[in-house]
Write a protein that binds this ligand. Sequence first.
Ligand code: SF4
Ligand code: SF4
Length: 360
Amino acid sequence: MQIKTLEPYASPKHKMGFLCDWRVTMKCNYDCTYCGGHDNRQAHPDKELCLTMLGQAMSYIDTVMDVKKPRLRSATLNIYGGEALYHPDIVYLLKESSELYKKYSHKWSLTRLLTTNASCKEDKWKEVVKHLEYVQFSYHTEGPGKLKENFLRNLEVTHKSGKRYGGIVVMYPKNWQECVYMLKFMQKKGYNIQPKLVDGPTGNYTEEHFDDLRKFWPRLSKELTDKMQNVEIIRRGRACCGERLMCINRDFKHPAKFVPQPNNSYVGFNCSANQFFLMADSHTKSFYTNKDCRVTLDGKLGALATSDTMDDYISSLKSKLENDSNTYLTCVQKTCICGICAPKSTSIDELKKVMKVYNL
Ligand code: SF4
Ligand code: SF4
C-alpha cells in the first residue's frame, strides 16, 4: 500500500496536544554505562539562558495555540536532561515556570512533566513537585546506594500525595537480580512502575532473563517482541511512540498501530510537526522541531533558531500563521522517528483537510 496521507486516529481520548521537550542540562549525578543521554564533561547551562529559552518555548506554544481549536489547546512540557534535578537552579527554574505560565493559563492548559532519577533530598523534592503536574520516575541500578534510597522515598511520598506519576525500572542485564528485586518490591507497594528494556549492545538479554520477567509482567511479551524485531521493523515501518492508532490515507474504519512505510521515510511529504512539537535545548542554546526531527521551515536539516534569534523566529511564524495557518514543513529527513504521528501528506491540499480537525 502506498501511503499518501498519515494522521493520528482522532478520538476524544486520544487528542493530539502539543509536546515541548526542554533539555535543561547534559550533566547527571549518575553515570549509567548504557546511557547516551548525558555528558558529565559539559557545564550546566546558565540559569538565565534556561529561563530565556523557557519563556521563548512558551511564547512559541502560545503562537501555535492561537490557530488551534479551543478544545485542543493543551501542551506538555517535558523537562529532562542529563538529569534535570542536578541543575543547581532547577527549583528556581520550576518556580519561574509557574510565573511564566500565568499569562497563558486562560488560553491553554500546561502539564509540566519531569523525567527524573528522583535522587534529590526530600526538602528539594517537595519544592520541585509543587511546580509539576506529572512525574516520570526512572530507577537506575547503577546509581549510588544513598541516591537510590532517595528515589524510593520520593516515589513513596509522590504515590501517597495523589500526584500523577509513572515510572520505569531500567532492566540492566548486568544488575539483573537487583532490577528484578526492585520491580517486585515496587509492584507489591502498588506503585505505577514498569520494566524497561535497555537498547543497544548493553541490552543483551538471555532467555532466562525473559523467563524471569514473564512470570510477573504480562505486558513484557509486547515490549519484547518489539525489541527483538526492532531492526527489522524500522526497515518496514514504525508505530507511534505514544502508542496512538494511526489512519492511513484517511481510512478511519481501519486505524493501524503499525505504519508500513519503507525505511520509515517521509521525504517530500508536507508535515505539520512544527504545529505539534518543539525542542528547547539549553545545552546547545538551540531550538529544534523535536528530539528527533531536525527539519526546518526552509526545507533544511538543523536548528529552527538559537536563543538569540528565537524571538524573531516566533514573530515571523506568528505573522505567517495569521495569514495562513497552513505553514508546514517539507520533510527532508531520511528517517522519521518521533514525529510520525504529526499529520502529513504528499498533497498540501490533503494535509489542509486533515488539519481542519485541529486548527480553526
Ligand atoms: S540517570 Fe538517566 S541521564 Fe543519568 S546517566 Fe543514568 S540514564 Fe543517563
Ligand atoms: S522527520 Fe520530521 S518533517 Fe519528516 S515526517 Fe518526520 S516529523 Fe515530519
